[in-house]
Design a protein around this ligand. Structure first.
Ligand code: ITT
Length: 216
């Protein structure tokens, strides 16, 4: 039987990439949509680690299954590392990808240094709160306009010099071979057997209460 792991994300782009890069492994990846409504996690951590752990452990605790969460973002040198953990909300609370892309282009207007890095932390947690952490990083350059239609988020602005394309001009498989998320997922794929064994040992086992006959 495959090990069930719940993917604790509402982001469709992340979901597509994680499912693609972990396909063929002995895990059954469920979505949050496979369950009823569950409370929103408060993502108020100051680091990718904090937020990835919050999302994974909260979901595991609420649903009673092991959960995997990805916290990621774009860190831009000329913006002192911003938007970082605030990447999803860079242009405001309900910002779309296009809003964020436009804000980034505005903020970098006239800036010479366009170096940036995508960072990703993936946490796998069980309901007791125990967790494993994986990380990946990818360096690139922010373009002066958007190129490409694939991917999501800031992909149309993230130029990857080694392939001479933006991430939005790569296929999901090409991006996965070099991206921050792809690197973290490669580590997970490399030790998937150990992870499944760890989950098996550490998952709380259900013990029915003993029935005691009342002899009084
Ligand atoms: P969940 O918390 O539900 O997973 P989210 O979109 O809010 O979804 P994050 O808080 O981790 O997730 O923010 C990640 C943001 O960083 C994401 O919305 C994009 O704007 C950006 N980002 C992360 N990885 C990216 C990638 O591979 N390509 C483009 N943009 C990316």
């Amino acid at each position: 039987m495959k090990q069930i792991i719940v993917l604790a994300t509402r982001n469709k782009g992340k979901t597509r990439e994680i499912r693609e890069l972990l396909k063929g492994f002995p895990i059954d990846i469920k979505n949050l949509d496979d369950f009823g409504p569950i409370p929103e996690v408060i993502e108020d951590g100051e680091t990718f680690d904090d937020n990835a752990y919050k999302k994974a452990s909260f979901t595991a605790k609420i649903l009673g299954y092991p959960a995997m969460a990805d916290d990621s973002g774009l860190c831009v040198e000329a913006l002192d590392g911003a938007p970082g953990v605030y990447s999803a909300r860079y242009a405001g609370k309900n910002a779309t990808d296009a809003d964020n892309v436009n804000k980034m282009l505005d903020e970098l207007q006239g800036k010479e240094n366009r170096n940036a890095a995508f960072k990703c932390v993936i946490s796998i947690a069980v309901p007791t709160g125990a967790a494993l952490t994986y990380e990946g990083e990818c360096k690139g350059v922010i373009t002066k306009e958007a190129f490409g239609d694939n991917g999501f988020g800031y992909d149309p602005l993230f130029f990857y010099p080694e392939l001479n394309k933006t991430f939005a001009q790569l296929t999901i498989q090409e991006k996965g071979r070099v991206s921050h998320r792809g690197k973290a997922l490669k580590e997970i794929a490399d030790e998937i057997d150990k992870i499944i064994e760890w989950i098996d040992i550490i998952m709380p086992k259900f013990q029915p209460a003993e029935y005691k006959e009342d002899k009084s």
